[in-house]
Design a protein around this ligand. Structure first.
Ligand SMILES: C=C(O[C@H]1C=CC=C(C(=O)O)[C@@H]1O)C(=O)O
Length: 392
């Protein structure tokens, strides 16, 4: 780096991208300190079926169900690292575009900007009564043998505090949830989402290790209590076992036997504890170049956000959940970045509108579920983002 190479703050970079109306994604991997930012000059590209292995570097943001919303890809035309504080441009960026961005970066404060808004006027929502009656219906359907598990979710709209600031909120999430995949995605027409996900969907790191996890079962974490002391009920053990079984069935479909399985272990995610089994495959030793793409296609939506068997659970959600999940419980993350490919499930997240935030959370329903307890569980999960709003 030359002595006069300009450096910038994360705030400057995000504000410049939003002021110019560009799609932007910022993220930080669990237990690391570097935030990377990708910004594209063009509209985010829509993607039909992601091909991870031959994709250009970028950030993928995919809904729960492809339909009303589409998966979008933010090409890494501008890359920023919070460690080096440097901006780099990819080879497709013209001199004029570079200048345009640098001028925006250096424009003196206050800069007029707003995060990108969802295209439609109405954001679908689910009420307490709606959620609880869907849970009661699900329990009946499970006990009638139509499925084993379904994940039902709901929303909560919270007013945005007057002092709310999107980059300050992202920074607060970084500090508060060091073990989470933290993200801020803002794309014209698609909207703006902040989150702290505990759940890997598919990752392939630079050492060519493929990973996925089976995450399920929830209870509040008690301050100071070692995770090893956690006691899990049969219901949670079975619920997590179903997610695990589903992942194993995906490996089986691909006739892949050379995976490592560790767990289930108790992990902490914010104010909660979950059961997690880790699966990995060393792609240096196993000749399966398309494993990432193939597993992504088979896994999403996993039984941690949809249910088991997948098809009846998905049909149940469509018929009874009563709202459109949009990008909640979809997946997001960098593809072919310098850190590799890291796709996480979009959980513990909120969508930012002009004056309010929509929080999303769900709970795995089995034959033993109680509607009130499942409602409480979604309240606890919403605390992850609720805490961020109460900071302002
Ligand atoms: C669906 C969510 O969490 C999933 C991940 C972990 C534990 C879960 C559970 O115990 O139900 C859910 O399957 C959510 O956070 O909205």
């Amino acid at each position: 780096m030359g002595a006069d190479t300009p450096t910038y703050t994360l705030n400057q970079v995000i504000v410049a991208a939003l002021a110019l109306g560009f799609p932007v994604a910022a993220w930080r991997l669990p237990l690391t300190s570097e935030t990377l930012v990708y910004i594209s000059f063009d509209e985010a590209q829509t993607v039909t079926q992601p091909h991870l292995e031959n994709s250009a570097p970028g950030f993928l943001f995919s809904p729960f169900i492809v339909g009303e919303q589409v998966p979008v890809f933010i090409k890494a035309a501008i890359v920023y690292s919070s460690e080096s504080r440097l901006i780099t441009f990819d080879a497709t960026v013209t001199e004029a575009q570079k200048q345009q961005f640098i001028v925006a970066l250096e424009t003196s404060q206050p800069v007029h900007y707003s995060w990108h808004q969802h295209a439609s006027e109405t954001i679908h929502q689910q009420t307490e009564t709606g959620f609880k009656s869907a849970v009661a219906e699900a329990v009946k359907s499970i006990n009638a043998g139509q499925m084993e598990k379904v994940v039902l979710s709901r929303t909560a709209a919270k007013p945005l505090p007057a002092a709310f600031d999107v980059v300050a909120a992202y920074s607060f999430i970084l500090d508060t949830y060091p073990r989470a995949f933290v993200s801020l995605v803002s794309v014209p027409e698609v909207g703006t989402w902040l989150g702290a996900s505990p759940e890997i969907l598919v990752t392939i790191d630079p050492q060519k290790i493929f990973r996925t996890v089976a995450l399920a079962g929830t209870q509040p974490a008690i301050d100071g209590e070692p995770v090893g002391n956690a006691i899990w009920r049969q219901k949670e053990i079975e619920e997590q076992g179903m997610v695990e079984r589903y992942i194993l069935s995906c490996f089986k479909k691909l006739r892949l036997r050379e995976y490592t399985e560790v767990g289930p272990r108790t992990i902490v995610a914010g104010n909660l504890m979950h059961l997690r089994t880790d699966f990995s495959v060393d792609l240096k030793e196993v000749d399966f170049p398309t494993l990432g793409t193939d597993m992504l296609e088979l896994l999403h939506p996993t039984s941690a956000v949809c249910g088991l068997p997948k098809e009846p659970a998905l049909q149940f959600i469509k018929a009874h959940e009563g709202y459109n999940r949009s990008y909640y419980s979809g997946y997001l993350g960098p593809v072919n970045s310098e850190e590799g490919t890291h796709l996480y499930v979009n959980l513990r997240c909120m969508q930012l509108l002009q004056n309010e935030a929509i929080l999303y959370a769900g709970a795995g329903i089995t034959g033993e579920s109680d509607a009130e307890k499942e409602w409480q569980e979604t309240q606890h999960k919403m605390q992850t983002m609720g805490k961020v709003l109460s900071e302002f």
